[in-house]
Design a protein around this ligand. Structure first.
Ligand SMILES: Cc1cc2nc3c(=O)[nH]c(=O)nc-3n(C[C@H](O)[C@H](O)[C@H](O)COP(=O)(O)OP(=O)(O)OC[C@H]3O[C@@H](n4cnc5c(N)ncnc54)[C@H](O)[C@@H]3O)c2cc1C
Length: 380
């Protein structure tokens, strides 16, 4: 007797939705994706394109590395940009250098691969670092630079070609319950399993679940320079001493408290807007710069020039790019689950919610989705 394939619907065509679509298809499901926009337009195309394992806690680092293997598989199948650039955290304060030294001394035991660089090494390897300012740098080889616009355009093509996944663009799902979904046109579709990956939209589907879920919404402002001249390359993607406050991996360092106290005392405006600075490079050579973090009720519709200026002030202190002319400014919004890498709920049998990857969705989604389907298999 021929066994029917399980049918799985994915609501949302961002990185989490596509990652779950891919993982479901690899397990043999027949997958259909519903995305209300004509293409991915959410957080997944508005980010830096940083695949960034070094920001993950030691517990989640191996899952990030597994995500990297899947990224490489996809990137090589579709021939998209995925630069194995690594990353360099450049710091210009003594207390920040102390954090890097502490982290580097613990890193091998915690399972991280990274090394401490001197100013000379940082200046030699990172052409965008301002001369004479670096106190220390932490180089990590695991980070890769993708271009989110290119990647999120290629993912649906990859999934359709390789797994015959059906993708319904411009199709909002207005209702989901065990066994079926309804779309805005009134059409009903039957599925064995539904996975809702609706990003920060907490209103449309299962608002009662989101109303009590410990999720936050975060708005980030971003900038992009014009393509740099003569094929100039950034080298490793760059982060800063301010970034140490932001990624969970550095929370194991006792010296971090001193950095946080100094920033709060001397530059409270950076805490107020959640600013730390990072830089990646897009496929055309433009430098993608950011970012800020405004949460929940503090989020306003309009972007603040003050935030852009503060980010540029901090960026220019550390970095020196050939051309700072700005080509684009935008913001992105994501859902963040403060208690882990992803928020999951099952509001009805075989209806799953997956969101809340915060600033790590590009890094973690492929691994998280695979782990989800593997855990389902282990239950059967
Ligand atoms: C500015 C910025 C920079 C970032 N930088 C990085 C980075 O460098 N590295 C990293 O790892 N992470 C980064 N992140 C985080 C990462 O981008 C997010 O974690 C990730 O994109 C979230 O993916 P998502 O699929 O949940 O959300 P989204 O990309 O927002 O996708 C959700 C999709 O669901 C659709 N949808 C919602 N409701 C419905 C419905 N009812 N019916 C149909 N469709 C629906 C929406 O239209 C949307 O396309 C950054 C995020 C931002 C905003």
């Amino acid at each position: 007797m021929i066994q029917q394939k399980r049918t799985t619907a994915i609501v949302g065509g961002g990185i989490i939705g596509m990652a779950h679509a891919w993982a479901a298809a690899r397990q043999g499901d027949q997958v259909t994706v519903f995305e209300r926009s004509d293409k991915a337009r959410g957080a997944s195309v508005r980010n830096f394109g940083m695949f960034w394992p070094i920001g993950q806690t030691a517990e989640h680092y191996p899952l990030a590395l597994r995500s990297g293997e899947l990224w490489r598989e996809f990137a090589s199948a579709m021939n998209i940009t995925m630069r194995p650039s690594g990353s360099a955290c450049i710091v210009d304060q003594d207390d920040e250098a102390a954090v890097l030294e502490e982290f580097a001394s613990m890193a091998a035991d915690l399972g991280y691969t990274c090394e401490l660089w001197t100013r000379e090494q940082a200046e030699a390897k990172c052409p965008g670092v301002r001369k004479g300012v670096t106190k220390a740098a932490l180089f990590s080889p695991t980070e890769c630079n993708v271009d989110p616009r290119e990647a999120l355009a290629a993912l649906p093509v990859f999934l359709s070609r390789k797994f015959s996944i059906n993708i319904h663009w411009s199709t909002a799902v207005t209702h989901a319950e065990s066994g079926k979904i309804r779309t805005a046109s009134g059409a009903t579709h039957i599925f064995d399993q539904i996975i809702i990956c609706s990003g920060h939209d907490f209103q449309s589907l299962y608002p009662e679940v989101f109303a009590v879920a410990p999720l936050k919404v975060c708005k980030l402002q971003m900038l992009r320079t014009v393509p740099q001249p003569s094929g100039w390359l950034l080298g490793p993607m760059l982060s800063s001493g301010l970034t140490l406050r932001h990624y969970d991996s550095f929370a194991v360092c006792p010296s971090l408290a001193a950095v946080k106290q100094r920033v709060a005392r001397e530059t409270p405006e950076l805490d107020h807007y959640g600013i730390h600075v990072m830089a990646s490079q897009d496929q055309n050579g433009g430098i993608v710069l950011g970012d800020s973090h405004e949460y929940d009720d503090d989020i306003e519709i309009f972007d603040k020039t003050e935030i852009d200026e503060l980010m540029l002030r901090e960026l220019r202190r550390l970095y020196d790019f050939p051309d700072w002319t700005l080509a684009e400014r935008w913001h992105g919004i994501y859902a963040k689950y403060p208690q882990g890498p992803i928020f999951r709920a099952e509001p009805m049998p075989d209806v799953h919610i997956a969101t809340g990857t915060g600033g790590c969705g590009m890094t973690m989604s492929f691994g998280l989705a695979e782990a989800f389907f593997q855990s389902q298999l282990s239950l059967t």
